[in-house]
Every structure is written in structure tokens, then in C-alpha cells.
Design a protein around this ligand. Structure first.
Ligand SMILES: [Zn+2]
Length: 193
């Protein structure tokens, strides 16, 4: 096959092929943002949508180790984990363990613990990432933008004045696939301090 990128006669290919094109061949200048997100997207691409949807990810995560599940804290009725597909680095999710779709289905205890974990997540993110603000909220229902609409989850998205990256030293000096693990450890370590 002609893969020298000369242009004419290039096979149409499918989406999977084009997803594996070396980023160095992309138009434009690679930047920090691009390098920060690529490994997370690769995890998604390699798993494939049918694998990801086999089981509810928020029911599955607590059955894994903290490292594999990206969990930063386990409470009694709810837990906090890193979003595998972050809007910003350090993007946390707080979920009840129970597989419920909407906030009004949560018990009083779950509501209280989701609130408490959200507050603690904010404190920890402010401490470890020195963020300037937050977006917090729950998208409920597919039409409202919920990616996993069958299991309630509260987003905690740290924001910076410039929305530059989180942990720039780590991002620049460590292998990219370790980035989520490093962020998870830093947040988990700071959680109970
Ligand atoms: Zn679930």
C-alpha cells in the first residue's frame, strides 16, 4: 500500500485507520493541550464503543483497584473518581454506588454524601492544582448531555484563569500514559490530609 502520504490514490480507509495516524503528521503546531488529551482518547479508541458500553462504568469502577478505577476516595454511599474523558485535567466525578439515573432518586444519605464529597473534591483540587474556579453540575438524561445517562454523576471541573494545563511539570516530564495515574495519586493523597 502507498503510505508515503504523497496524496494521489490514497485509500479511503476507515475511521479506525485514520485514528491511528501519527500525530506528527497532523496539520498545525502540536501544543501542550494536544499532548495532554491524546492518551485518554487512545484508551477510548482502543477499547471501542461496544466494549465501553458492555457495563455501566460507574458500577464497574468501584469493583476495580483505586488505580485501575481512577478512584480518589470511597465513601459509604458514594465515591469520587477521575473522569477518563476530562474536560480539564483533574476533572472529578462524584457518583452514588447505586445505579440510579437521576438526582431525585437519591436517598437523603446519598444526597448528603454526594454534597460532602463535592465540597472535599473542591478543597483538594484547589490545594493541589491551585485552580481559580469550578464548574459543578449534573447532566441528567441524554438530551441534557449526560454521557452515561443511566448512572447519576456530579461533575467537578477545575477552572483556571487561562485554563492552562494542570500539573505542568508532570505533564512535561513524565510519559503521557502515566498522567492520569499521577493526577489520581496526587488527589487521593491530598483527600484525607
Ligand atoms: Zn451504574
Amino acid at each position: 500500500m502507498n503510505d508515503d502520504g504523497a496524496g494521489s490514490g490514497a485509500p479511503e480507509g476507515d475511521a479506525a485507520d485514520s485514528a491511528l495516524v501519527d500525530a506528527a503528521t497532523f496539520a498545525g503546531v502540536p501544543d501542550e493541550f494536544q499532548r495532554l488529551w491524546t492518551p485518554h482518547r487512545m484508551a477510548y479508541i482502543q477499547a471501542g464503543p461496544e466494549v465501553l458500553r458492555k457495563e455501566c462504568p460507574f458500577c464497574e469502577a468501584p469493583r476495580k483497584s483505586d488505580e485501575d478505577g481512577l478512584i480518589v476516595f470511597r465513601g459509604r454511599t458514594a465515591y469520587a473518581l477521575l473522569n477518563l474523558f476530562p474536560y480539564n485535567s483533574g476533572h472529578l466525578l462524584v457518583c452514588p454506588y447505586r445505579h440510579i439515573a437521576t438526582y431525585d432518586q437519591a436517598t437523603d444519605e446519598e444526597v448528603a454524601e454526594i454534597g460532602a464529597l463535592t465540597q472535599q473534591g473542591m478543597r483538594v483540587l484547589r490545594q493541589v492544582s491551585r485552580c481559580d474556579g469550578f464548574n459543578i453540575g449534573m447532566n441528567q438524561g441524554h438530551v441534557a448531555g449526560a454521557g452515561v445517562d443511566e448512572h447519576l454523576h456530579q461533575h467537578i471541573v477545575p477552572r483556571w484563569a487561562s485554563d492552562a494545563n494542570f500539573f505542568p511539570i508532570i505533564a512535561k516530564t513524565k510519559a503521557l500514559p502515566q498522567l492520569l495515574g499521577d493526577v489520581r495519586r496526587a488527589i487521593a493523597d491530598a483527600w484525607n490530609v
